[in-house]
Design a protein around this ligand. Structure first.
Ligand SMILES: [Zn+2]
Length: 285
């Protein structure tokens, strides 16, 4: 099969979350509008969810990896990975077990791997139950080896790990937490960014500095523009891409004069300080 398939369970809860993201945060909404705000996307959401189920076939990508989005908790997104050739199945950031078990049972699938981007409970809460039920191996950052429940395989920056023949590159992306990693499936052109890069946003700085987050984001956006971005929260209708985020995400446009003017940031401020100010502005909404 020569495509990556994204399937999203037809739950209308995504729409309010998208609305909240855009309409509840006037400053960033304003910035977004300024920077080519994709309002059409919001109209599209209603239509798609009217149809009940969303299916998007990405063409031009040579891969047998299927990626299914599974909404969890209030606004978390786990992803089930399915290698069609071997039947191998993994899940990224299962915050709870039940929605994952439901999805696997519907397709009569087993679970081999659990990948965690970081240690927070809303990304690892389902680890132990899933591990006990399926015997799945838990993969995470070496830095989080004492904080990720059930961890079996520890990885670090520059490591390559194989998921059923798919090369997975590990990017250490501290900022949200000190041990945060992103998983880049190069052959499928997909990256799982957890709570580092969101569509049009970035994660809160709980354990890292603005400089660390800035460096982490720059590392991610150095990937090819067409790379699809699968994030842990604040998901939009379809996976965003690195190219789109570079155009629209204020946290990746820290040298943009319009953003600096809007937030009254002096011209001489470094990009990490600009990021810090945008982050603080968003935190205060
Ligand atoms: Zn987190």
């Amino acid at each position: 099969m020569d495509s990556v398939t994204l399937q999203m369970r037809g739950q209308p809860s995504l729409l309010p979350s998208v609305r909240k993201h855009w309409l509840g945060k006037p400053l960033l909404y304003g910035i977004g509008t300024l920077l080519v705000m994709p309002l059409r996307t919001l109209q599209g959401v209603g239509r798609v969810f009217g149809a009940g189920r969303f299916l998007c076939n990405m063409t031009g990508v040579s891969s047998s990896l299927q990626i299914e989005l599974v909404p969890c908790l209030r606004d978390n997104y786990a992803y089930i990975l399915h290698d069609v050739d071997t039947g191998t199945v993994g899940v990224v950031d299962p915050s709870e077990a039940m929605p994952i078990i439901d999805a696997l049972e519907k397709r009569n699938q087993n679970l081999t791997y659990i990948l965690n981007t970081h240690h927070h409970y809303d990304h690892t809460g389902g680890n132990l139950e899933l591990k006990a039920k399926y015997g799945a191996k838990v993969i995470g950052s070496e830095k989080d080896k004492d904080r990720i429940p059930g961890i079996d395989i520890v990885l670090k920056e520059g490591d390559t790990w194989m998921f059923a023949g798919h090369q997975v590159f590990v990017l250490e992306t501290p900022g949200h937490t000190s041990g945060h990693v992103c998983y880049y499936f190069a052959g499928s052109g997909a990256i799982f960014t957890g709570d580092t890069l969101f569509s049009l946003s970035c994660g809160k700085l709980f354990e890292g500095t603005p400089q660390q987050m800035y460096t982490s984001l720059q590392k991610i956006v150095a990937l090819p523009d067409e790379t699809k971005v699968y994030c842990g929260h604040e998901y939009t209708l379809v996976p965003s891409t690195i190219g789109r985020e570079k155009q629209c995400n204020p946290f990746l446009r820290t040298c943009n004069p319009e953003i600096k003017r809007t937030l009254s940031i002096p011209d001489h401020f470094g990009e990490d300080r600009v990021l810090e100010i945008i982050r603080r502005a968003k935190d205060n909404f």
